[in-house]
Design a binder for this molecule. Structure first.
Ligand code: SF4
Length: 250
């Protein structure tokens, strides 16, 4: 014969009283919450679906920016930079744009994608129905290579842990690489590989779309410029779809 839960509870209480227990706490004590530290790097497979609270991540991002501001791992860049260029944008941005390294304007202003390059990026974002304030902008390198030379592999390696920690705190739904250097570096693709734009990839568990750097688009003219801008728009539509955002005109 089965007993009801109420009868089981009454029997349990009576046996406790018989044992001398007169009072029971209204609630059971909860275990002490355990602070969850942000992981130092993105996992190589899927990003964990649960992120730390946004305030915790904001504090961690501020601390990371301070750590980077005093970094001297690349002696030449440390000696010649005006300042480090950490990145800008909302912490809950679902789209992250990554360039290769700060240029002169960015080194001067301390923000990525400044000057005429930034103005063209703003136009591209506007065509997507986005503002600069809606997305997160950063570079692979946080310091300007002197004379705008290409980043050295060792410099990218030195800066990679910072990039991974930054991405892990922002946790975008999609990353858009601007330019071949950022794309090859993020995807660990060889220099001889065919152009990476026009398809999507995965890096650190996040979808990645590659497109032209605005500086490259600014250098083109005529038919080449028109074709590259159409291709860039195709890439941006892919970015919007990956971010589950509406595509203007569709
Ligand atoms: S590029 Fe990165 S690793 Fe190199 S000095 Fe600047 S912050 Fe440090």
């Amino acid at each position: 014969m089965t007993t009801s839960p109420q009868l089981q509870l009454r029997q349990r209480l009576e046996s406790l009283r018989a044992a001398g227990v007169e009072f029971l706490p209204r609630t059971l004590p909860l275990p002490t919450p355990v602070a969850i530290a942000a992981p130092r790097s993105l996992p190589t497979k899927a990003v964990e679906p649960v992120a730390a609270p946004i305030d915790t991540r904001r504090v961690a991002l501020d601390l990371l920016a301070k750590e980077i501001a005093s970094c001297n791992l690349c002696p030449e860049l440390f000696a010649t930079r005006t300042q480090t260029v950490f990145g800008t944008g909302p912490l809950d941005a679902d789209i992250c744009f990554i360039g290769e390294a700060p240029a002169a304007d960015e080194d001067r202003h301390g923000t990525p994608f400044a000057g005429v390059v930034g103005q063209l990026l703003d136009k591209i974002l506007a065509k997507c129905g986005l503002r600069r304030e809606d997305v997160y902008l950063l570079n692979i390198l946080k310091c300007r290579p002197p004379g705008n030379r290409l980043p050295e592999p060792i410099e990218c390696m030195n800066c990679e842990p910072f990039l991974l920690r930054q991405l892990d705190l922002i946790r975008p739904k999609v990353i858009c690489c601007l330019g071949a250097v950022a794309a090859r570096y993020l995807l660990k693709a060889s220099v001889n590989e065919t152009p990476l734009r026009g398809a999507s990839y995965m890096a650190y568990g996040v979808p990645v779309v590659c497109t032209y750097h605005p500086l490259y688009l600014l250098e083109l003219t005529g038919e080449a410029e028109a074709r590259a801008k159409w291709e860039c728009w195709d890439d941006m539509k892919m970015v919007l779809r990956k971010a589950r955002r509406p595509v203007p005109g569709e």
